[in-house]
Ligand binder design. Structure first.
Ligand code: THU
Length: 132
């Protein structure tokens, strides 16, 4: 296993750990996200739903919030773990959230419950992103 594969395995395992803690009683769709920040630390988040549906929070947003609270500001790579055999492609809002702390070539990995991984760049998933 080369270093990149090792890092990906660490991210995948971290995303699975946090996915198990998701609060998703309404959709029954548990998502886990793990990222490596520029400080070398791994930060994680799961989706947290609410009985008032629009208040629910996505896994990626919560991983980013953990990163910011931890004092880091730049995502090196991020992984999103789906609860089933289909990839969980980050929602539109989360693409812009990730972009806030990423660059165009930041890697965004999507993993299925079977361990299949698709890797795209930030620019692939959010071309022509809004920037001030
Ligand atoms: N969800 C995420 O956590 N990340 C995404 O990128 C897509 C959707 C969550 C929101 C909601 O709790 C559940 O998945 C079903 O939409």
């Amino acid at each position: 296993m080369n270093k990149q594969q090792t890092d990906l395995q660490i991210l995948f395992n971290a995303a699975l750990d946090v996915q198990a803690k998701a609060h998703a009683p309404y959709s029954d769709y548990r998502v886990g996200s793990a990222l490596v920040a520029e400080d070398g630390n791994t930060y994680t988040g799961c989706n947290v739903e609410n009985v008032s549906f629009p208040l629910g929070q996505c896994a990626e947003g919560n991983a980013l919030a953990a990163m910011v609270a931890g004092g880091a500001r730049q995502v090196r790579e991020i992984l999103i773990a789906s609860p089933n055999e289909h990839f969980c492609s980050p929602c539109g809002g989360c693409r812009q959230r990730i972009f806030e702390f990423a660059s165009k070539d930041t890697l965004v990995h999507m993993a299925t419950s079977e361990g299949e991984i698709k890797t795209l760049t930030m620019n692939d998933i959010l071309p022509f992103a809004f920037e001030q």
